[in-house]
Design a protein around this ligand. Sequence first.
Ligand code: NAD
Length: 481
Amino acid sequence: MRKLRHFINGEFVDPASGKWLDVFEPATGQKYAELAAGSAADLERAVAAAAAARDAWKNTPADRRSRILWRIGELIERDLDLLSAAESQDNGKPVTLARSLDIPRAAHNLRFFAAAATQFASESHAMEEGAINYTLRQPIGIVGCISPWNLPLYLFTWKIAPALAAGNCVIAKPSEITPLTATLFGELCNEAGLPPGVLNIVHGRGNEIGTALVEHPAVNAISFTGGTKTGADIASRAAPKFKKLSLELGGKNPTLVFADCEWRKTIEQTVRGAFLNQGEICLCGSRILVEESVYERFVADFVAEARKLLPADPALEETRHGALVSREHMEKVLGYIELAKQEGGRIECGGERVVVEGRCREGWFVAPTVITGLSMDCRTNQEEIFGPVVSIMPFRDEAHAVELANGTPYGLAASIWTGDVGRTHRLARDIHAGLLWFNCWMLRDLRVPMGGMKQSGVGREGGFEAMRFFTEAKNVTVKFA
Ligand code: NAD
């Protein structure tokens, strides 16, 4: 059985406890690897390695740091096929998606922040009193990066790359559900010449080694992406220790469709925005709000398009809809579908577990599911499901659309389909979301602030926002006259 070990001080090491967790392939439902079950003792090792590497890495010129990160990005690209197959096996996503989205984006993260390392600059403010301020932005020291299972290498590198670029040593904890590509990433870091101890990857359960990482006194900042409940737990532990915190949390994103949209493109792209990666993307639109004059037509066309996404073996080139990440997650999603029925919803398509014949017979597949007839305040429309399930509701006018869009505790993203330029700017002003896409979805520019409001998060990542998060600002005032 394949063993996935911690990566500490440039070496792959067994867990101190001698305990291992099972890792499953979602498409087959079979165990395929064992993962180090990390504990506080492993974390101490990682902290010691990071502490030993800290000063040398902090004092490494930005150009040198940049070259190493760039090289890691190149190695990810070299290993595109291998990493894509690994991501698909570990997560259940179609291999073509991993090859076209996840892994190229991971390489891009490395190259983008390699460039940021050399471009990042700080402010200076002159004063009439004959003085000048300049702000030093220094690395924080040792930082913790905790990432989820839905876009494993993509989100893992999204945090690690800016943390390293800014001159920090990192202890990273990938999801225990999808640890494979993070482990392979450690090998690439060694090959690229990243000094030992600069990046340490620890594995295990969130409520064990994750909690230990959040609470460790030598770890000065935590960047977390995951569920809102977990974010609240992390905040409650980190706040009394005055750690810097960045929280990228859950969502219940609205998709708004107005009658004046470009119809065919809207249908195709709203289906994509609902079900890409089996709906397991924090930015997916799970509440689709449609102007009532085109509601019936929209439901018919949307359902027809969604039916084309047939669950199938994610390892096959033609597959567009893979398996859900775990049995527990599949059961949670199916539980929400049952709840929707109890709440009076009508299942327009999907709604069940699907058996994919052949090697995937035991896999965790759920077909794209479309529900209508629910009110805004029911649990199905308020709670994050994070699977291939959407609810479609009509709205009367723009004001009603805004009321529905803002009617959950979340505020991560929204996508809006309309041909009216004035409306675009009014909705940009009025919708409570950190990311708004008009006539597109998940079109990402890595320079822009990324994150949510309300229960979708605290702080922003991306571009120089991330570089600022991973540095400590120190202002210096010099009086010269
Ligand atoms: P999760 O919160 O269960 O786990 C995320 C990570 O945190 C994992 O590595 C896990 O081991 C760790 N963890 C769990 N409990 C912990 C604790 N008490 N202390 C420290 N670490 C702990 O989330 P998930 O199920 O892996 O991911 C799905 C969630 O992530 C969804 O809610 C989704 O919306 C969210 N997400 C948000 C974004 C964003 O950018 N806002 C992006 C992707 C996913």
